[in-house]
Structure formats: structure tokens, C-alpha cells
Design a protein around this ligand. Structure first.
Ligand code: SF4
Ligand code: SF4
Length: 451
């Protein structure tokens, strides 16, 4: 794609980076077929190519964002399916991140839009505030349909609907500590505690720590780490996102210097995508560029890390059928497609790939609150596709997907690592059916008897 930025514009490193990305797009349109918003809405401006044109026009003409551009950029899920499809390697993620930061600086949103975004940015990255908000939401839940019917308040209705009916108690693993590995020492890792996940589903990190320590890996929950910054990053709040990134880089650098780390293990793939991008986000900060690049290089999804270990024989044979939902941030953001399914298969789950697995479930950070109608359509489509595989349960690697899909089906949905922990000697996760008798064993027995 030809561009016509001036030398003065290109002196800004953000614009220079975006210009390179824009030039790599050959506007072939292959990406439109896999874009969930284009597939749902059928409007070229809600496709990656359409958005790229809008962003180019806004940046090239150095103009403030307008209502039309904001509408179509806001509808983007940042699912990054377009990056998987694109044959030219267009880095849409960095382009849309730049566009969102530009929108945040140059566009004054309507009052209720500002209010909703302000509330989300104030509450979600802080586990204490989030927990208190969920308690309050339980009381407000009956009013959700009413709020959803009032245009400007519909997002608060969506928030109330998403709030869980019961709030899990925090586990002992949420506080800073070091958990030594059992038996022969096989490594030392830090784990991201995060913000929303330890409140919504504390058992995910608890299962991770129990599993890794059982496998001989020391797990550190470092002092000072917190939200990865993805939630505010996707809102264009760059200063807040960079502050979160610096705080985490400091916390992990302390651990790297103190005892060395083999990995920074992450159990929410949305956070993993952002942490793996810290090196880029902080590249212009001379005090943090190198440290951030080192942190990004160490960041691994928990399944990625488990795949590097020589795992023992499982303690049970579950014989259950699992529909594996690959979160967008897992398959498109981090390009992790095999490890979670291979690990589940290895311990005896029959793993099914639901049709249209490349399409987002509509969760996408705060998308299901900010764009409830599109998110609801995507959720219904995702649930239909998953239920078509007739699974006993659903596994995925991102808390946003667990909440979104779980609110649309009665099939139990859990984090992949919780199933792996069960298979390697832990308790059966809540809601997961009991292991079925092994058909292989019965057949083997018949063959043996006949012999
Ligand atoms: S597939 Fe890639 S090169 Fe083609 S229009 Fe989409 S972003 Fe541009
Ligand atoms: S990130 Fe997802 S929603 Fe956004 S343009 Fe790309 S494919 Fe479409």
C-alpha cells in the first residue's frame, strides 16, 4: 500500500512504525474472510482491510479521530485472526494499538462511553476493587434486563449479566511467596497472578502451582506484580498500560537477578500476548527497553512451558471428550496451537476441535461489555459450534473465554491446566464429570480373555 507521510511525521517513531506496517499491506482482502466482525456485520469498514484504510487516512492526514473511524475501530475485537490469515505479514496488532492511542488522545467520547470506560479502567485491573464490584453486581443483577433496555446504560446491564452468581474465595496461592518444587529440581519460574482471573477463578493459578511444584519446579509469586496492562492498553490508555508493564518488569527482573528464572508462566492467554509484547511497548524507554525484552523472551503460556518438561505417566485415565476452545490470544496472538491439545490427548482426553475455531467467542477483554450485541452473536455462534462436537466438557486457556462461553452453555468449562493437574494427581475440578471407565481397558480385557 502506498503511503504519503511527510518526513516530519515520520520523525515520530510510532508513526514511522505504523507507516512500515501500512506499506506491507497489499490490500488483497484475504483477511476479511476470517474477521469475526466482517463475518457478522458484512461491512467492509468492519473488516481488517477497511480498518487499515481508516487508520491510514487518520494518521496520514494528521487529523483527530472522527466518529466514523472510532465506531469501526471500537468494533474490532483485537482477536488478531487477520494476522494469522494475512499472507503479507501485516502487523495489525501494532497498527490498531497505535490507532487506539491516537483516538484516546484526540477524540472526546460521549458521556456514557467515557463513564463506562472510566469505571472499567478503575475497577478491573485491581483485584480488591474488582471483588467488591462483583459483590455489588450480585445485588444489581435483577436490574440487568432493565438497564439493557436503556440505550446509554446497556453496557452496565451487560456488566451485571456477566457477573458470576457466586464469588470464589481467594486461595493461599494469590499472595507473594515461593513454592519449592518436590523431588528432583527441574526449574524455577515466576507466575503472573494477574487481576481479574484470581478473583473470577482462583483455582487456575492454584492448580498451576500445585502441578508445577509436583513436577519439581519451584514457583515464585513475586512481590509487586499485578495486572499486565492489556485491559487499558486495548482502551488506548498508553500511559496506564506502560506503567503496568514497568511495574511487572521490575518485579520479574528482581526475581531474575535473585535466583534466575527459566520462564514467566502465564495462565491467561490474553495477558500472555501483551507480556510477550512488552519488549515492543517499552522499546523507546532507555531504562526499560532491555529489561522488557528479556521479560518478553521469558514469557510462556503454562501449556508452552509444560510441553518443555518430560512429563510422567498420568495418575488417572479420564476418558472424557473435551472440546478445546483455542482463545484468539492463544492461537492468533501467541501462535500456540498444538501444545494444549497435545497435553490433553497425552493424558487420555479425547480432544475435539469445534468448527470455525478461528472465530472469536466475543469476550475479547472488555468487548462483551462495550459491544454487547456483537459479542452476544459471536457467543451464540461459538456455543453452537462447540455443542455440535457433543463434548463432556470444554477446555480453554483464557479466563475471558471461560466467562463468556460459560454464560452461554450448561457444558462445564475449565482451564486446560486444571484438567492436567487432575490427570497428574490433583483433585477433579469442580463441575467436571467423573472419569469414564476406559474402553481400551475393556477391549484389552476381552482380547486377553479370548486369548
Ligand atoms: S490479508 Fe494482509 S495484505 Fe491482504 S488486505 Fe488483509 S492485511 Fe492487507
Ligand atoms: S483483530 Fe479481529 S476483529 Fe479486528 S480486524 Fe482483525 S480479525 Fe477483525
Amino acid at each position: 500500500m502506498q503511503t504519503s507521510f511527510t518526513q516530519e511525521q515520520l520523525a515520530d517513531p510510532h508513526t514511522a512504525h505504523s507507516e512500515k506496517i501500512l506499506r506491507s499491506c497489499v490490500h488483497c482482502g484475504f483477511c476479511t474472510a476470517t474477521c469475526p466482525t466482517y463475518v457478522t456485520l458484512g461491512n467492509e469498514l468492519d473488516s481488517p482491510r477497511g480498518r487499515i484504510y481508516l487508520i491510514k487516512d487518520m494518521l496520514e492526514n494528521d487529523r483527530p479521530a472522527d466518529e466514523k473511524t472510532v465506531l469501526h475501530i471500537d468494533r474490532c475485537l483485537s482477536c488478531l485472526a487477520c494476522m494469522t490469515t494475512c499472507p503479507s505479514g501485516v502487523n495489525y496488532m501494532h497498527l490498531v494499538d497505535h490507532a487506539r492511542a491516537h483516538i484516546e488522545k484526540t477524540y472526546r467520547r460521549p458521556f456514557f462511553d467515557r463513564l463506562t470506560r472510566g469505571v472499567l479502567a478503575f475497577v478491573l485491573p485491581h483485584p480488591g476493587r474488582f471483588r467488591a464490584a462483583l459483590q455489588a453486581a450480585r445485588l444489581g443483577r435483577p436490574f440487568a434486563p432493565l438497564l439493557k433496555a436503556v440505550g446509554p446504560l446497556r453496557r452496565f446491564g451487560a456488566m451485571l449479566e456477566l457477573a458470576p452468581r457466586t464469588i470464589a474465595r481467594p486461595t493461599i496461592y494469590a499472595v507473594p511467596a515461593a513454592y519449592p518444587g518436590r523431588g528432583e529440581r527441574r526449574g524455577r519460574v515466576a507466575i503472573l497472578t494477574g487481576c481479574a482471573q484470581p478473583v473470577l477463578r482462583p483455582e487456575t493459578n492454584a492448580a498451576t502451582i500445585r502441578l508445577l511444584t509436583r513436577l519439581g519446579v519451584e514457583v515464585v509469586v513475586p512481590e509487586g506484580e499485578g495486572c499486565c496492562g492489556a485491559l487499558v492498553h486495548h482502551m488506548g490508555r498508553e500511559d496506564d498500560a506502560l506503567a503496568a508493564a514497568r511495574r511487572n518488569v521490575d518485579a520479574w527482573t528482581t526475581q531474575i537477578e535473585r535466583g534466575g528464572l527459566d520462564a514467566i508462566v502465564i495462565t491467561a492467554s490474553g495477558c500472555g500476548t501483551t507480556i510477550k509484547d512488552y519488549g515492543h511497548m517499552l522499546r523507546l524507554d532507555p531504562d526499560y527497553a532491555d529489561k522488557a525484552a528479556r521479560v518478553s523472551a521469558l514469557a510462556m503460556d503454562v501449556t508452552e512451558y509444560l510441553a518443555t518438561l518430560n512429563l510422567p505417566e498420568p495418575a488417572i485415565e479420564p476418558n472424557l471428550t473435551v472440546a478445546y476452545h483455542s482463545a484468539c490470544s492463544m492461537q492468533h496472538g501467541q501462535k500456540i496451537t498444538r501444545a494444549p491439545k497435545d497435553l490433553l490427548s497425552k493424558v487420555g482426553f479425547a480432544v475435539k476441535d469445534p468448527p470455525e475455531g478461528h472465530l472469536c467467542c466475543g469476550s475479547a477483554g472488555t468487548y462483551n461489555i462495550m459491544q454487547p450485541e456483537i459479542a452476544a452473536e459471536l457467543k451464540a455462534r461459538k456455543v453452537r459450534n462447540i455443542e455440535a462436537t457433543r463434548p463432556d466438557l470444554i477446555a480453554t486457556g483464557n479466563i475471558g473465554c471461560i466467562t463468556q462461553i460459560g454464560s452461554g452453555t450448561d457444558i462445564p468449562i475449565v482451564h486446560t491446566v486444571e484438567l492436567l493437574e487432575w490427570a497428574y494427581g490433583g483433585d477433579r475440578p469442580d463441575g467436571v464429570p467423573e472419569a469414564k471407565p476406559s474402553t481400551r481397558t475393556s477391549l484389552d480385557a476381552l482380547v486377553e480373555a479370548a486369548g
